[in-house]
Design a protein around this ligand. Sequence first.
Ligand SMILES: [Zn+2]
Length: 219
Amino acid sequence: MSDIEAGDPRADARADARAHPLSQQILRTDVSGMPLEWVDYREAARLYHTGQVAYTCGTLLYRLFGGTSALTGWRTVVDVNSIIATIGHTGNPGNLRGAAYTPPLNNQTLFRRDAYLCLYCGLRFAYGQLSRDHVTPFSRGGRDVWSNVVTACRRCNNAKASRTPEQAGMQLLAVPFTPTYAEYIYLKGRRVLADQMEYLAAHFPRSSPLHRRIQLWRN
Ligand SMILES: [Zn+2]
């Protein structure tokens, strides 16, 4: 019997290590180390308690205290690391190569892909001032896919209207690209720690524009 049945650590979990709030997400990988997803502390506690954590990387995030086991009288303690490798997961989309995996497209990850820069005027904007521009507009056969969308400020998007950049006399500052699975996990992260960022970056393609953009964000 596992201690999770006697005293659910989710019930009164609290952080011991003060460095990180409980809202800090944990990077979960499969047993080979391929990035899988972000999990919260509840899910991490469950993975530890059900014996699914094969090994850990990164740094200690926090210590969770659970209830007292009726069986042993011991209090459950779980040290949660920033990166955990878990067993028993198959079909990780990150193992697909090339164009086999296409992440869903949404503005949150799109704006992050482009580092919150308008790819026409090059200025940085807050989330609410940005928009999704279709490089080749719908009216000219363009599609709503990663390779045809860029982040644009509202002013540039209005100026471009339903034209291609060439027709509007505007130049794209970077070529839009479809993120790989590891890149997409990075883009989805709410607050990515330095060790998690390095771990994910090691799984990006060497040619990924994100390598340079991450350096820009850090400075
Ligand atoms: Zn602009």
